[in-house]
Design a protein around this ligand. Sequence first.
Ligand code: 6GU
Length: 264
Amino acid sequence: MRVDVVTIFPDYLAALDLSLVGKARRAGLLDLRVHDLRDWTADRHRTVDDTPFGGGAGMVMRPDVWGRALDDVLPEPGADVTGHLVVPTPAGEVFTQRHAEALAREEHVVLACGRYEGIDARVVEHARSAGHRVSELSIGDYVLNGGEVAALVMIEAFGRLLPGVVGNPHSLVEESHGAAGLLEYPVYTKPPSWEGLEVPEVLLSGHHARIDRWRRDRALARTAARRPDMLRVLEVDSLDAADLAVLAELGWVVDDGRLRTVAE
Ligand code: 6GU
């Protein structure tokens, strides 16, 4: 997979040399290139921004500079490889594991990192009319100074899904936000007793069916407490009788094919 990142702070992306993503790059699974947007400026001061039309605070990134950069890094329209332009922005759709899975299937992703008040809106419009897929994505409901950290988050999230990047593909199956639609259960390791705190007895029992049931119950209870929004959209067909009994204890019932609390 090829990934290009365009930014005015290429050093921000240095972390992509580390850990699993760094390993994927060195193994040739990920061809990742970071570019300095100022390489596409045309003036002595290497200007990338200007004041907003219509007035208001802050500066906006110029479409001409971004246009030249993206013309160079996105695949040519009609090329055999298709490109997907990702623009990290707090005004985007919220990035989820589903976006990570979709991006991991792409041949070529370009991330355009904006700073200041954002990029002139015509840049996205122009890329779309040139036939590129474009996604404006936010990593959550808070404001960052620019798209660089969000790009790091997205690259790590989809990079680890590329075939061969995570050593044991099984570890991708059970984790939070995977197919089960539940948060992950709590985990423990040695020593079995630490600071007066004991590892739950069942995990030391060697009784695999009871361990699986205990983990499933903890996942359901955690999701109910921390992410009730996930329970509300859960596929009820994925729940067995024991799941429904645990959920009932927690005050959740099935109504018209969906979970809801008894209180509503
Ligand atoms: Cl993608 N960019 C910025 N600047 N702030 C954010 C964000 C992105 N996602 C959440 N906050």
